[in-house]
Design a protein around this ligand. Sequence first.
Ligand SMILES: *Cc1c(COP(=O)(O)O)cnc(C)c1O
Length: 474
Amino acid sequence: MYRSPEVKPDPRRALPAVDRLADAVAAKCPNLPAWAVLEAVRRALAEARERLAEPAPESTEGNPLPEDLVDRSAELAAALCGGQPSRVVNATGIPLHTNLGRAPLAPGAVQAIERTAASYSDLELDLETGRRGDRLAGVCSKLALLTEAPAALAVNNNAAAVLLALDTLARDREVVVSRGELVEIGGSFRIPDIIERAGVDLVEVGTTNRTHPSDYERAIRERTGLLLKIHRSNFELSGFVAETSLGQLAEIGRAAGIPVVEDLGSGTLVDLSAHGFPVEVYAPARLKLGADVVCFSGDKLLGGPQAGLILGSREIVDAMLCNPLARALRLDKLSLAALDWTLECYLEGRAERELPVLRQLLEPLERLELRARALAASLDKLWGDTARIHAEPDRAFVGGGSMPGFELDSWVVVLRASASAEKISKRLRAAPIPVVARLRDDALIFDVRTLLEGDEDAVEQAVGLALEEISRVE
Ligand SMILES: *Cc1c(COP(=O)(O)O)cnc(C)c1O
């Protein structure tokens, strides 16, 4: 049947006015602050208008009821004033979960941040002479001591460290990189893009699976500024593969008089190989293999705050410090305070006891089993009628671009209920303290390795709320 446009008014005109909808939301949810309600109402109306603009002329479906709009606005308002980032429970078993903020800090590092944040400090004042001081002196000397590096430097993050190295050593020149190492780290951070932005020409050598020393040697010419090795942080190459080792690359660089830089991604300051971890993540050893510069993150395996750590020769580190980009990429004072405390922890031999990431990585399997069994028992006691719950051994990755292919043996709590695991996990993420778990074969997997103090209670609460809601709906 033909309908003229006059007969069917634009449904968008039936939407309530902002003020009226805001009043309705405020009446229904009096605890929501006015600024959030107003913004949420605008967003909800914009969503509705967009939906109504899509052609669905013969039906009124999609025309939101005022009550839907009130609920949607309240939901958006609650999300707006929830605070971000706010605490969540990491039950994935992945200690360096990039989406969950990577390494949690030790209490001592948090206190160092508090002290620095709430008062004035000698950040750039030499208390002895009363003259201007060097904000990085403390962490640089500690890093050098810990790694036996001739010199060290800390910047905002590891991406910044790589950028600074490229800009300082190879601007308007060429950098040689293996095709097997041109990685995307995540969050669309791609090494070739950084290289381009640094004003450096990328010379790719080798193939995806095999790169030989002769490939590098052939690529070296007048314009070569730097040989770059990049740790394949988040994937593994296996099968018919060949890689030029850091030691081999360093030899080639030395012979040609060209600096060799390694982007290690995630580096440790203690050798964890005795505990079965891959040896190549131990940062001090990389310099000893002949690299001129090694860069890695502060908030991955190191277990500190976000930072980019650079180890290298005095000459190169000084050149980086003189680069105007160093100011733009510098570490803020709060991260600096946390990093300084964390490095001191290593110097005093307390790192394995005090840094949450190292404690998680080194926690004995028997302890994980006890914790998983205890959590399973208390969940089962509370919710055994609605869900099937048990503890079992499992494995998890380290995460955060660290040790791909290397899995940690762990213990987990497995939970199955009548609702799908997907649905339950959505409810868990909506709890007052959201819980992020793994999903497998339509079961929820809570890995106890990454539960911090007090997290077990939060898991019990979130599971309780989720199961209650599901049984109410059924
Ligand atoms: C993680 C990672 C980066 C980026 O480090 P950020 O500290 O996140 O900036 C760069 N390179 C490699 C190889 C990485 O693993």
